[in-house]
Ligand binder design. Structure first.
Ligand code: COA
Length: 218
């Protein structure tokens, strides 16, 4: 894969089906048997928290090879009030094109767009090994925790300008679209070609390890 040939553009409704198939291919059996992220993308696009200007695709040779979707999130500040921030996910690269830097480029490209649009920061849940390489730091650095008041390894933050999260101690609340209705997701999946589900693979074990990286936030 020649990274020089990769271009980025906004997703349009005409891309939805292809992108959902791509997301399903990327996430299938990755964090659980099967996946729900293609349904999550559908739900996010219909949510008031969706950020259309940061709904970006990567293309190479006229084919969609990557996708990232952003949504509004909030930090419920310990000092009272709320701070609007961004979150992203699903982030997906076509399996055949993974490991060539497309994911890193999609992140860097959209962080630059978010900065230009005047956003403060991006907070996400993901594997710290991957996101620390993309410039993210543990959200604990800024005393930001989960809704149930934990510091969690996968919860990571990226300031879009220096000091953006200096007074942001609090708890992150993401879009309610992330609360996926499992039965609706399973029904949605029936529209796609059947794929075998796998349980207990190395990626799923690593995911469980990252979930266990947590401690109470005092
Ligand atoms: C995560 C993903 C978007 C990264 O895109 P990519 O184009 O493959 O990533 P890059 O080429 O920028 O980086 C690849 C490197 O990251 C590593 N990596 C990829 N996903 C990782 C993960 N979840 N955890 C830890 N490391 C990961 C790869 O092993 C590779 O390491 P190497 O450079 O030492 O070989 C892509 O692998 C993907 O679609 N994965 C399935 C869906 C997913 O997990 N999405 C993210 C959810 S938070």
């Amino acid at each position: 894969m020649n990274l020089e040939t990769v271009t980025f553009r906004r997703e349009t409704p005409g891309d939805y089906a292809e992108v959902e198939t791509l997301i399903r291919e990327a996430f299938w059996n990755r964090y659980a048997p099967g996946c729900v992220e293609h349904y999550l993308a559908r739900a996010l696009r219909q949510s008031p928290d969706f950020v259309p200007e940061l709904d970006i695709l990567a293309e190479a040779d006229g084919r969609i090879i990557g996708s990232i979707l952003y949504s509004h999130a909030r930090i419920l500040l310990d000092s009272g009030g709320e701070l609007p921030v961004l979150s992203f996910g699903p982030l997906a690269v076509l399996p055949a094109c993974q490991g060539c830097g497309v994911g890193a480029r999609l992140i860097a490209h959209t962080l630059a767009l978010a900065r230009e649009a005047g956003w403060r920061a991006v907070l996400i849940y993901g594997d710290p090994e991957y996101y620390s390489r993309q410039g993210f730091v543990p959200a604990e650095t800024y005393r930001i925790g989960t809704p149930d008041n934990q510091y969690m390894g996968p919860l990571q933050a990226y300031e879009l300008y220096p000091g953006a999260l200096a007074n942001a101690a609090g708890r992150l609340t993401e879009s309610s679209a992330f609360e996926v209705d499992e039965s609706a997701a399973q029904a949605f999946d029936l529209q796609f070609s059947p794929k075998p589900k796998e349980e207990g693979n190395a990626a799923q074990k690593r995911f469980l390890e990252t979930l266990a990286m947590r401690k109470p936030r005092n």
